[in-house]
Design a protein around this ligand. Structure first.
Ligand SMILES: [Zn+2]
Length: 400
């Protein structure tokens, strides 16, 4: 079979673990692609002929990176309140000045779908420039049926505007909308109005919820998850970020794709996640930006065999971060991940958190040919450098 394109002379980190769970770097490896898919990844001598050849001259090849937790679609920013706080204003003063999540909700409601797309593209382009080929985008700043759907329509438009795969998550259960008081009544709105509209337009790949004292209780989140399952949609959760309400354990009971943040995760939560195969998504950008003291229990997660992903959590309030490479560095420096774990966390495990491991996240035949090609000698250099982007070439579905 004639390949469309073959990359030769690469040093390839496939992301596919061997029998011992190790990923060995493959020297002098060739990757051939046809119709966007990988048809060969291995020694050149057994590779098919191709119409076009690109010599990688020994460069490192990894799977295209996956940012599995972002709020990249939003309007406005919160630099002003950040500045106010650093100049000594109290949270009350910031709130009186219209700060906090309410300000983002107002900006998103005011923005048109076109404006949301335009505001999001520079952030998306920053990730693309670092070799990201798949991202997740959450709603959660509309907080009513029409505005949540508008955010997700904008997310789908990003996929048609750039060479990238977008997975969406409906996050109506993110916060209470401005002026609302009754949380149970709001959850009913999520279930009866928001989800049906968004699901009806095929805008929802997963359903997410924020389980926290300042957000929603495990019981309220369970109602949202029941509604998601009734539609055949898988769930995920923001949990154990500021306290331990048992959200991760609850999510695992629902077979959640991932539990994210998890600084305050306890052993019962870890056990439940390991049993359910729920990915733990680490968000060191938020940990850094809000100056959280508690770290996620990485050693215990590792011991229990819970797959750990790393993401930017790009959002205007607690993680205005558009560098997945920096998130990898932070996951190593703050949380003690090994560079190998950080790389698996933005490829294989991130793919699993988005339910796309069957088609991306590793370099293997039949998967999409999504690659990041780097001007570095060793995979560890991707996490090691701070504020340096060694990307040489990005390939999305076989297109350079
Ligand atoms: Zn988030």
């Amino acid at each position: 079979m004639l390949a469309d394109l073959i990359f030769v002379n690469g040093r390839v980190w496939t992301g596919e673990p061997d029998g011992k769970g190790q990923v060995k770097l493959q020297e002098d490896c060739a990757i051939a692609t046809r119709s966007g898919r990988i048809i060969h990844a291995g020694p050149r001598k057994s590779a098919p002929e191709a119409r076009k050849t690109i010599d990688l001259e020994g460069r490192l090849v990894t799977p295209g990176l996956i940012d599995c937790h972002t709020h990249i679609v939003h309007a406005g920013n919160r630099a002003n309140e950040w500045q106010m706080r650093l100049e000594g204003a109290s949270y009350e003063e910031v709130a009186r000045a219209g700060g906090g999540i309410v300000s983002t909700v107002k900006a998103v409601r005011k923005a048109s779908e076109d404006e949301l797309v335009a505001a999001s593209l520079p952030r998306l382009d920053a990730l693309i420039a670092e070799g990201v080929t798949t991202i997740e985008v959450k709603s959660g700043y509309g907080l009513d049926a029409e505005n949540e759907a508008k955010m997700l329509r904008a997310a789908r438009r990003l996929e048609r505007t750039r060479a990238i795969t977008v997975r969406t998550a409906h996050l109506g259960a993110h916060a209470m909308p401005p002026g609302a008081k009754d949380k149970d009544a709001y959850i009913t709105d999520v279930i009866e109005r928001q989800l049906p509209l968004a699901v009806g337009e095929a805008l929802v790949d997963a359903v997410d919820a924020f389980c926290e004292g300042i957000a929603f209780s495990p019981e309220q989140v369970a109602r949202v998850f029941d509604a998601a399952h009734a539609q055949g949609i898988r769930v995920k959760i923001h949990a154990e970020q500021l306290s331990n309400l048992g959200g991760a354990k609850l999510a695992a009971k629902y077979g959640a794709l991932s539990a994210d943040h998890i600084e305050y995760l306890d052993s019962a939560g870890i056990k439940a996640m390991a049993k359910a195969g729920t990915v733990g998504v680490l968000l060191p950008g938020a940990y850094y930006f809000i100056k959280e003291k508690r770290k996620p229990p990485v050693a215990a997660l590792r011991k229990a065999g819970v797959p750990m992903a790393v993401a930017t959590d790009c959002n205007p309030g607690s993680s205005p971060l558009t560098s997945l490479l920096l998130a990898m560095n932070m996951a190593c420096t703050f949380f003690g991940l090994t560079p190998e774990e950080a790389l698996a966390g933005v490829t294989r495990h991130a793919a699993r958190a988005l339910d796309v491991l069957h088609e991306s996240g590793t370099i293997a035949p039949a998967k999409w040919c999504d690659l990041a090609i780097w001007d570095v000698a060793a995979p560890a250099e991707l996490s090691y450098r701070i504020g340096f982007n060694p990307l040489w070439m990005r390939v999305w579905r076989g297109h350079v």
